[in-house]
Design a protein around this ligand. Structure first.
Ligand code: C2E
Ligand code: CA
Ligand code: CA
Length: 679
């Protein structure tokens, strides 16, 4: 006799039966709510959510079975075997874990069907095993082959309905979904055979230890209530997880992910303390800036992986040589910063610089080459050359440039007046002043695409400078000079006007992203300029996006905030550019109401080799989620990188994988081609 027939033909406690159904439904609702959270999450937290879901779902299956079986009313002595009933609880949780884990591979239909089969079978097995741990004196247990049907019913309906239930839950209709999910469970339970109860009362032989029915029910209620309470605190857990993501990011953000040396941000904090101590003890402090010579050539000739190997090797040499209290950091690209508070005289500082030069010169054996690297070293001394780290680094940097200018492989202490001698930069700045008038600037456009389907969403405008004599100069060389000299205001205005003019002519009304330096925000009426340009060019404001970089520190917070808000009021979006490389990306993100997060290309490009880079990208996506703004990753060059970004849920991408930069004319002509083909 199976449960369905037994319910009508024998004596049954219908309240317990209804409670069984209620527990099953409530457990499913809780489990689906939890599972909704882990589906959106692709980090390590997903496993925790998965376990959580399984715990709630499995427990409620088990409790529902305990209730349904306890509902049989008998005058014979009865009870549950303690160990076996707990073992079933474990099995129910493990089974639901397996089924939800399988369903994560939902792009494969087969897996979804399989997860439904596992789910239905788990329900059938749970009922069967609870039933068999229920002992009734004088009763004959059902024979094993009769358990075939509950498995068929559970697995069969599960294979069809489980996927449907998850899709319904995905649309937010959790209750409907729970009802669908309860169908295979109910089918497995109702078709299951039950013990043939004795008509006359029986008793167990003396000394048999069993859990009474009421004890088992209490346990079931307690266990499922505990799970429910945990789930309700799920929001707490989620907040905790977000905070953990932020903390992890913060930790990562203090370290350079290639060399694992502290980065600039970290050094800034530590240096304050070191300089304060030096002031209090009236001692000096050496600030050594090491810039590798011809590093770009190493990259160009031998590839980036060799360049990276050189930097890593250099870092480990420095680390091995200089212990506490010396601070070593990767400062910028191919630059290292070494701060030594233990020097006593300027001569000690020079000796330190010599040691650095000697270390750097040691040949490096990579897989295929033996390289010898030289470096230019600038030296500044606290308090003689500056009162704070910024000042000291600036001067050490100037000295290092001088060392480079005389052919490299040199040590150059800072000397007063060096600023005026920095002729190269001065000359370039004066040429740059004319560049806008002499038509030496131009724009290229780079595609931005949706990650999931590759659809074009816009272009980023990138400025180019062709110098009359020196030829092509990359923006990374001239933008900093333009910022220091103020010329960025002219260049920035030109770029904005040109980019909007071009975009207004595109057939495809996609976004145009324009890079803007924080300097432009704080030193001019930037929002006024933007509204004039939009009026002149006729570009609709919602097609314009401003990328604000954080690689130069934002000083005038209030002004920048006001500008961002003014732009947003006009319907323009403002993205935070170069996320992860700035002085304190997290603070910047919190301080300003950005509409988008753009993760720097260094992270995308070291995805395959660096787990830190992967962690940063993951946490950037989580941060985007928690701020409710989309995340775009730049520098995507390979299918593998794209695949990873898809997996972690990064919404937008940009990079050479989608083609090189386009000339303005190429955008229009591809559009015309399309029309020609269509016509
Ligand atoms: P950015 O804003 O991070 O721009 C993206 C840079 O990454 C561009 O370099 C682009 O050529 C490069 N890039 C894009 N996709 C890939 C890829 O798949 N692989 C690799 N290896 N690189 C990729 P670009 O054009 O040399 O610009 C360098 C930086 O100069 C820009 O970095 C931006 O900070 C600045 N910049 C460029 N144009 C302007 C401008 O009009 N105004 C301001 N203020 N800065 C600009
Ligand atoms: Ca940019
Ligand atoms: Ca960038």
């Amino acid at each position: 006799m199976n449960l369905a027939i037994a319910i009508f033909s024998s004596k049954y406690d219908y309240i317990l039966l209804l409670l069984s159904l209620a527990i099953c439904l409530a457990g499913t609702v809780f489990a689906l709510q939890t599972s909704g959270k882990f589906r959106k999450d692709s980090s390590g937290a997903r496993t925790i959510w998965l376990l959580w879901t399984a715990l709630v779902m499995g427990t409620s299956l088990w409790a529902a079975a305990v209730f349904a079986i306890s509902a049989q009313v008998t005058t014979a002595q009865s009870g549950f075997e303690m160990t076996s009933i707990l073992a079933v609880l474990f099995l129910a949780v493990a089974g639901t874990f397996a089924s939800f884990a399988l369903s994560l591979k939902k792009h494969l239909r087969l897996f979804l069907t399989l997860s439904g089969i596992v789910f239905g079978s788990t329900a059938a097995a749970t009922f069967m095993l609870v039933e068999r741990s229920f002992k009734v004196a004088g009763a004959t247990p059902a024979d094993l082959p009769s358990y075939f049907w509950p498995f068929v019913a559970g697995a069969g309906l599960g294979s069809v309905l489980f996927g449907l239930a998850l899709r319904t839950a995905g649309k937010g209709q959790i209750k409907v979904s729970a009802a669908i999910m309860a169908v295979p469970v109910a089918a497995a339970f109702l078709t299951a055979p039950v013990t043939n109860l004795p008509i006359v009362p029986h008793w167990f032989p003396a000394g048999m230890e069993l859990l009474t029915t009421s004890q088992a029910l209490t346990m079931a209620v307690l266990v499922s209530a505990l799970c429910a309470a945990f789930t309700c605190s799920g929001d707490l857990l989620e907040n905790f997880r977000k905070q953990a993501a932020r903390r992890a990011y913060h930790h990562l953000a203090l370290q350079d992910n290639l060399t694992h040396l502290p980065n600039r941000h970290y050094v800034e904090n530590v240096a304050k303390q070191l300089l304060k101590e030096a002031r209090d003890n009236e001692t000096i402090c050496a600030v050594v800036l090491v810039s590798l010579d011809e590093f770009k050539a190493i990259n160009d000739l031998h590839g980036y992986s060799t360049g990276d190997a050189v930097l890593r090797r250099m870092a480990s040499l420095f680390r091995a040589q200089f212990g506490d209290p010396v601070v070593i950091a990767r400062f910028y690209g191919d630059e290292f910063l070494i701060i030594d508070p233990s020097v006593e005289t300027p001569d000690d500082a020079t000796a330190l610089a010599r040691k650095v030069r000697e270390l750097a010169r040691r040949p490096i054996q990579t897989e295929n080459y033996r390289l010898s690297v030289q470096c230019s070293i600038g030296l500044a001394i606290y308090p003689r050359d500056g009162q704070n780290l910024n000042h000291l680094v600036q001067r050490a940097n100037l000295a290092a440039k001088q060392a480079k200018a005389v052919g490299g492989n040199a040590i150059q202490p800072y000397v007063t007046g060096m600023e005026e001698n920095n002729l190269w930069e001065a000359a370039l700045a004066s040429d740059l002043r004319n560049a806008t008038f002499e038509n030496q600037l131009s724009l290229l456009f780079q595609k931005q695409n949706q990650t999931q389907n590759g659809r074009l969403i816009g272009y980023e405008a990138l400025v180019r400078w062709r110098h009359a004599e020196k030829g092509y100069i990359p923006p990374e060389d001239f933008i900093p000079i333009a910022e220091r000299s103020g010329i960025i205001l002219d260049i920035g205005a030109w770029v904005l006007r040109e980019a909007c003019r071009e975009a207004a002519n595109w057939d495809d009304p996609v976004t145009v992203s324009v890079n803007v330096s924080p300097y432009q925000f704080s030193r001019s009426d930037f929002s006024g300029l933007v509204s004039t340009v939009l009026m002149e060019t006729g570009l609709s404001p919602h097609r314009l996006e401003i990328e604000l970089t954080e690689s130069t520190p934002i000083e005038d917070h209030e002004r920048v905030s006001q500008t961002i808000e003014a732009l947003q009021k006009m319907g323009i979006r403002v993205a935070m550019d170069d996320f992860g490389t700035g002085y304190s990306s997290l603070n910047t993100l919190q301080a300003f109401p950005f509409d988008k997060l753009k993760v720097d290309r260094v992270f995308t490009q070291s995805l395959e080799t660096s787990s830190q880079a992967r962690a940063i990208l993951r946490s950037a996506v989580l941060l985007g989620h928690s701020f409710g703004i989309p995340v775009i990753a730049e520098g995507v060059e390979t299918e593998q990188q794209l695949e990873f970004l898809k997996e972690v849920g990064c919404q937008e991408v940009q990079g050479f994988l989608f083609g090189k930069h386009l000339l303005p004319s190429q955008i229009k002509s591809t559009e015309k081609d399309k029309h020609r083909r269509a016509g």
